[in-house]
Design a protein around this ligand. Structure first.
Ligand code: PLP
Length: 395
């Protein structure tokens, strides 16, 4: 940073931190779209491979543009180290796989993003790693699930799509007592509104595809933890198995961080406004929004989050038929399973992202047939309210 003796605010750091300028003095961060790097001499190559000399060798390992993204997001999260990945799922997979081997056991919250749940529930057992899924908000359930071979806990809060909250500090304490680590998928809270590492988690993962890009362009992911965690559990796994982020995508995400507070704060304000306006609507059976005082876990939210969310869960009357009528009647808000975008998007989890689960399992995760997940974008709030109101009128 410019003045090493001044502590800059978050917004300032997100514009400047991590930038390495080339001798050309470019204003914007340089995009190093290169697979490899040239060594001046054979001796240099030898020293780089022996790790006796700092420097880049191959973009599957690292790349200057990717490093800029990693340093900037590590600063935002307050993490010692960040490791970028090709997608959010690559981040979750590497963070979890890197911690276990055959014979180990993990405990995970049941209300997980569909693919995350597949990793722990379907993939892990194939390699002899046991998994117990628990009701995330119930701290006793985490305690009861611990076995002598438990190595890692995984949770997501607020959860997708039901926006249920889990006590990060409470679960971290149980994990540490058991000699295990806690990994938090922090996508729904965004790095602005929840700091899992400060609450006791050992590792945070993001799908940077969501709010960090924020304009629906690139896939990406990131793992944030202590240097020791990254270097001993994650780095080798990623370098050898290869889900590296493209430098181009890292560059887009790096630039996305510059506007993240502006975008997410506006989207959250709009979501809060829409939640207040639609709460109690006669076509809505239930509205869940983490920024409202009537959220069942409002007290915990106040302790653990510094802002609401850009997401609203609406249980529309009339089950699947009601939800489909509502979604098909929307004119401005589009149907898509993505989230965190500048464009407002709706999805029907029961028939898409969570369609592979039985109705019983969906009920356990709070996913009713009428549930519609709304990701609030950057449109004017009044235009969104008009669209939502006219579509609800057609239910
Ligand atoms: C989207 C998402 C993921 C997966 O991210 P990709 O970038 O699509 O691989 C994981 N967890 C949560 C909570 C998500 O929303």
């Amino acid at each position: 940073m410019t003045d090493p003796n001044h502590t800059y605010h978050l917004e300032t750091r997100l514009v400047h931190e991590g930038q390495t300028r080339t001798p050309y003095g470019e204003t914007s961060e340089a995009l190093f779209l290169t697979q490899g790097f040239i060594y001046e001499t054979a001796e240099t190559a030898e020293r780089r491979f022996l790790n006796e000399e700092q420097g880049y060798s191959y973009t599957r390992y690292s790349n200057p543009t990717i490093t800029m993204f990693e340093e900037r997001i590590a600063g935002l999260e307050g993490a010692e180290m960040a490791q970028a990945t090709a997608t959010g799922m690559a981040a979750v997979t590497a963070a979890m796989m890197g911690q276990v081997q055959a014979g180990d056991h993990v405990v995970a919250a049941r209300a997980l993003f569909g693919s995350c749940r597949w990793i722990v529930e379907d993939l892990f057992p194939r390699f002899g790693v046991g998994c117990t899924l628990v009701d995330g908000p119930d701290l006793d359930a985490w305690r009861r699930a611990v076995r002598p071979e438990t190595k890692a806990f995984l949770l997501e809060t607020p959860s997708n799509p039901s926006l249920e909250i889990i006590d990060i500090a409470g679960v971290a304490a149980i994990a540490h007592e058991a000699g295990a680590t806690l990994t938090v998928d922090n996508v729904f809270a965004t790095p602005l509104f929840q700091k899992p590492l400060a609450l006791g988690a050992d590792c945070v993962v993001y799908s940077a595809t969501k709010h960090i890009d924020g304009q629906g362009r690139c896939l990406g992911g990131v793992i944030l933890a202590s240097q020791e965690f990254i270097e001993t559990k994650v780095q080798q796994f990623l370098r050898m198995t290869g889900p590296s982020i493209s430098p181009f995508n890292a560059w887009v995400l790096l630039k996305g961080l510059e506007t993240l507070p502006l975008r997410v704060e506006r989207q959250t304000d709009t979501a809060g406004f829409l939640a207040d306006e639609l709460h109690g609507h006669d076509k809505v059976r239930r509205l869940t929004y983490p920024g409202r005082p009537d959220h069942p876990q409002a007290e915990l939210i106040k302790r653990q989050m510094s802002g609401g969310s850009t997401m609203i869960a609406l249980d529309v009357k009339g089950g699947k038929e009601g939800a489909f009528r509502f979604m098909n009647a929307l004119r401005l808000i589009r149907i898509s399973n993505n989230l965190g975008d500048a464009k407002s998007l709706v999805t029907h989890p029961a028939t898409t992202t969570h369609g592979r689960f039985t109705p019983e399992l969906r009920a356990e995760m709070g996913i009713t047939d009428g549930l519609v997940r709304l990701s609030v974008g950057l449109e004017h709030r009044d235009d969104l309210l008009v669209d939502l109101t006219q579509a609800l009128a057609q239910v």
